[in-house]
Design a protein around this ligand. Structure first.
Ligand code: PLP
Length: 396
């Protein structure tokens, strides 16, 4: 399978991990040789309720027996999408009420960027240095990383960058600005949390100049940081919230939510301001609904904070300089990119899945399913510490 994977499937890097996957259940992925891997990554924060959660599988089965795709997004009333958007409105603070369901995080970001321009009639969009919001042209244009974007220019115009957590840079948000797009917690940059008062200062500045604050909740969203949405930790309410990844319980989905007054502008003048065939797909919406209900019923948000405490108490080693992040969105920082890479690769040999972050090469990503047990956390951390011991003994 590996040879065909490399030959026929388009590659993203010259060095994929290329694990040959057989099946996955709970916190484990199994390869075709039968080896079990404890998953500390959750498909990069996506399988929030673990692999093959029974509630998600039941929802998929039941909905697929009723109907699959019947019509493009927005024409017919289909119960899974209606129930999901209604539940999101109940979970979100006012005035965030109407949700547009799409197929991925990056499409949701593009939709939010379009909405900000449509609402304000302005062109300029501001994002942060070291931000990652996705890879379609809109979302890619928000990324200020010349090496990654240079070959794809011209990008979407009118985009400027400020430093995340800089109070001084907030004056660059002006009456020209349509929207400010920020990750609630910067992911690729190294799980950087907003400093005290910064997000609310951004919101205040946006209000002063009539710009919209768009928060990307694609990683912290849906319980990972101890609250349903990450922004609830930082005393701020965005004008548009963007979701994806963990929302689908392992199925592909994205969404953006705004006030009804704002969102309805996508349906007139011009109508069809955003179009998607498969957005709100009934089977995927059913899986997302089951995922949200599972997060609430199993009290996974509350548990995320307890599990963070346990993780932090176990991730103590001379090669771990700091553990960044919140809840189960954690990054263990080693002294060098080389040590981080060795740790990730050797841990995989020992049956523990860890991963890199996009821009911070010293970070070891730790974003397990929210359903991970305390015993599994202890086992995984033990493995990582043993791997770091081996690396340290070679260094000395
Ligand atoms: C913060 C953030 N925004 C947007 C995206 C893009 O989501 P997707 O890969 O579903 O398009 C990602 C994906 O890694 C992300 O981490």
């Amino acid at each position: 399978m590996k040879a065909d994977f490399l030959k026929y499937q388009a590659q993203t890097t010259p060095h994929p991990l290329a694990m040959e996957v057989s099946h996955a259940k709970g916190s484990y992925i199994y390869d075709t040789s039968g080896k079990a891997y404890l998953d500390f990554v959750a498909g990069v924060s996506a399988t929030s309720v673990g692999h093959g959660h029974p509630n998600v599988l039941k929802a998929l089965r039941e909905q697929s027996e009723k109907y699959l795709h019947v019509m493009v997004y927005g024409e017919y009333a289909q119960s899974p999408a209606v129930q999901l958007t209604r539940l999101l409105a109940e979970l979100l603070p006012a005035p965030l009420e109407q949700t547009y369901l799409v197929n991925s995080g990056t499409e949701a970001i593009d939709g939010a960027m379009k909405l900000a321009r449509r609402v304000t009639g302005r062109k300029e969009i501001i994002s942060a240095n070291q931000a990652y919001h996705g890879n379609t042209f809109g979302a890619l244009s928000l990324m200020n990383y010349e090496e990654r974007v240079a070959p794809f220019r011209p990008l979407v115009g009118g985009i400027r960058h400020i430093d995340y957590n800089s109070f001084e840079h907030l004056e660059q948000i002006t009456s020209q600005t349509a929207g400010v797009v920020l990750e609630t917690i910067q992911g690729g940059a190294g799980f950087i949390q907003p400093v005290e008062g910064w997000l609310s200062a951004v919101k205040k500045r946006c209000e002063e100049v009539g710009a919209l604050l768009i928060l990307d909740e694609i990683q912290p969203g849906f319980g990972r940081t101890g609250t349903f949405f990450g922004f609830e930790n930082y005393n701020v309410i965005p004008d548009i919230v963007v979701m994806g990844k963990g929302m689908g319980g392992g199925m592909p989905i994205g969404a953006f939510t705004a006030s009804t007054a704002h969102m309805q502008l996508l349906s007139n003048n011009p109508k069809l301001g955003h179009i998607t065939t498969f957005g709100g797909h009934p089977v995927i919406a059913a899986a997302a609904l089951a995922t949200v209900q599972t997060i609430l019923d199993e009290k996974l948000m509350e548990q995320a904070l307890e599990k963070e405490k346990l993780m932090r108490s176990l991730l103590i080693h001379p090669l771990i300089e700091e553990v960044r992040g919140k809840g189960l969105m954690l990054a263990a920082m080693t002294p060098s990119a080389e040590i981080t890479s060795q740790a990730i690769l050797q841990a995989q040999d020992e049956g523990l899945i860890l991963f890199w972050l996009l821009f911070e090469s010293r970070a070891i990503r730790i974003t397990p399913p929210l359903t991970i047990s305390n015993e599994e956390i202890e086992k995984g951390c033990r493995t990582l510490i043993q791997v770091l011991d081996k690396i340290a003994s070679k260094l000395s």
